[in-house]
Design a binder for this molecule. Structure first.
Ligand code: UGA
Length: 435
């Protein structure tokens, strides 16, 4: 199959590379000159495990290439995937669909045959219908087919998720299987991946509702963690005990600093807005969004409390900047919220992360960056674990004790060995358990 991908961001790049890997001929197109030049030179602009090697292998085998402009979309092109960003809009609510509309205009201009447009970008329910209408208006001489095919990739595991997903969801006009999409995903279907064929609106909603449901699971366990702290239970044990029930499942029950990233926060708010346009109230999701905002806004208070009431003038080391381990992505990162709030409270903050750099966050201008966790701990009154990188859980408490002035640790990910740190004289303030 010959496939064009529009948008070489996180989703487009992983999708294009993996589609090439399963045997298709893929051209990834992006208007960002620096990004395309980097990719053409073998540089992958994001950190995603396994991606760089996969890009190099598929470029070398001639199945994957990069371009700044769309090629002519004639009948030799089997499908055009749209994977441009749909970030939160300027009002902080509705998804900004301007890049998507631009992509549709570009397709309309480049098409010399009726295109099959596959929408990978996360969009509110009804957008595929709108794209079909737009194509009909721009190119009445063609009859474009529009299919919804949402992605369920987790940053840090995206390549594995693409090649071995729990399911592939494809929404078509009439809900019936589309032969081109069947052929594109045949290698994965033959390996046993279930394909869920449905209508376009259902497919679009499956994506938003899945993210909202998982976000709700996280917000719920975080509220239960608060109760554990007050009542003397241990959230890790509570979550384990709950997760053993197959109806609940163990995933997404890790209490922590609140959910972040480029998806859960924006998708929750976007789904609320979609529901509102249909006059439906998603009260549980409203509560999830509010609960998570409150949690992230209260992270600095946890540190203040652990420091007996003030962080003013204190040196605080923060381990982790990315919104979760395994990625260099700092978008909507609880660690970044926390650091901004600590600085505003007068703390001197130093941070380190194995991969992430918080570019473009004005609140973090006075943040000092350390080379590694031990360098970060040097002279600190308190250390905070904000991102659960595995290397942080292997830190030597005695070596840290030599570096630090104070003995307070706030573990927002429950990633540190409490007993080991206690032996070295530390008091660990975890989440959902008492020190
Ligand atoms: C999420 C979904 O999991 C993917 O299926 C989806 O494709 C993606 O959004 C998207 O829409 O593109 P991602 O944002 O990469 O993936 O990250 P997750 O691993 O889902 O974590 C989201 C947030 O929840 C993170 O801040 C994480 O730290 C937090 N989390 C997750 C917890 O606090 N506790 C948990 O038990 C699990």
């Amino acid at each position: 199959m010959r496939i064009v991908i529009l948008g070489c961001g996180y989703v487009g790049l992983v999708t294009g590379t993996c589609l090439a890997h399963i045997g298709h001929e893929v051209v990834c197109v992006d208007t960002d000159v620096a990004r395309i030049s980097a990719l053409a030179a073998g540089e992958v602009p994001i950190y995603e495990k396994g991606l760089k090697a996969l890009v190099a292998a598929n470029v070398a085998q001639g199945r994957l290439s990069f371009a700044l402009v769309l090629p002519e979309l004639d009948s030799s092109i089997d499908a055009i995937f749209i994977a441009v960003g749909t970030p939160a809009g300027g009002d902080g609510k509705s998804a900004d669909l301007s890049a998507l509309a631009g992509a549709v205009e570009d397709i309309a201009q480049a098409a010399s045959a009726s295109p099959l447009i596959v929408v990978k970008s996360t969009v509110p329910m009804g957008v595929c219908d709108a794209i079909e209408t737009m194509m009909g208006r721009l190119r009445p001489d063609l009859s474009a087919e529009v299919v919804s095919n949402p992605e369920f990739l987790k940053e840090g595991r995206a390549v594995l998720d693409f090649l071995g997903p729990d399911r592939i969801v494809i929404g078509t006009d009439d809900g019936a299987p589309n032969p081109v999409l069947e052929a594109i995903y045949a290698p994965l279907a033959e390996a046993g991946v279930p394909i869920h064929w449905t209508g376009r609106r259902s497919s679009e909603l499956i994506k938003h509702a899945s993210n909202a449901f998982l976000a709700t699971k996280v917000a719920f366990i975080n509220e239960v963690a608060d109760l554990c702290e007050k009542g003397g239970a241990d959230i890790r044990s509570v979550a384990r005990g709950m997760g053993l029930d197959a109806r609940i499942g163990p995933a997404f029950l890790e209490a922590g600093p609140g959910y972040g990233g480029s998806c859960f926060p924006k998708d929750g708010v976007a789904l609320l807005e979609t529901a509102q346009t249909y006059g439906v109230r998603l009260g549980i999701l409203e509560r999830t969004v509010a609960s998570n905002l409150q949690r992230r806004g209260g992270l600095a208070s946890r540190v203040v409390e652990a420091m007996d009431g003030s962080v003013d003038g204190k040196r605080i080391g923060v381990l982790g900047l990315a919104f979760k381990a395994g990625t260099d992505d700092c978008r909507e990162s609880p660690a970044v919220d926390l650091i901004g709030d600590l600085i505003a409270l007068g703390a001197r903050v130093v941070a380190c992360d194995p991969k992430a750099m918080p570019y473009g966050h004005p609140a973090l201008n006075s943040l000092a960056l350390a080379l590694d966790p031990y360098d970060c701990a040097q002279g600190c009154d308190c250390l905070v674990l904000a991102t659960a990188w595995p290397q942080f859980s292997r830190l030597d408490p005695f070596r840290l004790a030599q570096m630090m002035t104070g003995r307070t640790i706030v573990d927002l990910r429950n990633g540190l060995d409490v007993t080991g740190f206690a032996t070295a004289g530390f008091a660990i303030h975890g989440v959902g358990r008492r020190p």
